[in-house]
Write a protein that binds this ligand. Sequence first.
Ligand SMILES: [Zn+2]
Length: 284
Amino acid sequence: MIQNIEPKTYVNHYDPEKKPSDAAFVIFFDNRKIFCKTGMGTLRFPTYGALEDKSGLFVYLFSIDGDEFYLALEKQGVAKAPPAWEGWDLAPLFSLQRLQPKHLAYAALEASTLGAWYTGNRYCGRCGHEMVHSDTERALRCPDCGNLLYPKICPVAIVGVRNGDKLLLTKYKGRPQVPFYALIAGFAEVGESIEDTVRREVMEETGVHVKNLHFYKSQPWALSDSLLMGFFCDLDGDEAPHADQTELSVAEWVDRKDIPNRDDGFSLTSEMIEYFRVNGKGEY
Ligand SMILES: [Zn+2]
């Protein structure tokens, strides 16, 4: 999966005192675009030492092994414009996901989530005052009314429903460019456990009941500011699934031997489908 960057380690301990060295990577961004140089399947970020203009705020984000990453802000809540370097550009995030080295692609995703959060919360939503950075944790604080904001992470359930040697696979409506199977997925709503999300989403999208929920793995998913939580479970009863017409075009049982091998080494969904294809109900 994208976050698996072993043997490197992602360390996000908050340290507002950290200052960039010349070798530190600087993330310039604009909405969900990241300033970088790409070519031959590789990705590069500017280093602090290479910048002519060092004005503004450089907010420490995280480290991956020895590499430190800083977000370039003109001031609190405002992205700093990138330098005009030949061959460098603001590239859409989705175009960077599979570039090498993998840890830089992963850093781009996580930095963009934090960048969007910092610039999307320049002002307090309660009183309109300008927010300030917390001294003690990754948070924005309103000095006027005390409002405290943490980075947005939306929990999502990804569900593999088993029926013996079959897995309930779906295809999304209106996405002909994605011909591959997916799993049932949906955001947690206020007031429900993630297990309740699993049961509700499966029922809403396909009309079947499930039992024997087992947590599989989770995955941070920067493109939707989410934390995906993968579950396997078993069909409870014998209803035939039907695709919710507003979201899905297909919801059907697919036998293990008929599941295409499409693990992309990238997404939790593809890993779960591949896990079932290889192991069936398996043990974990
Ligand atoms: Zn306020």
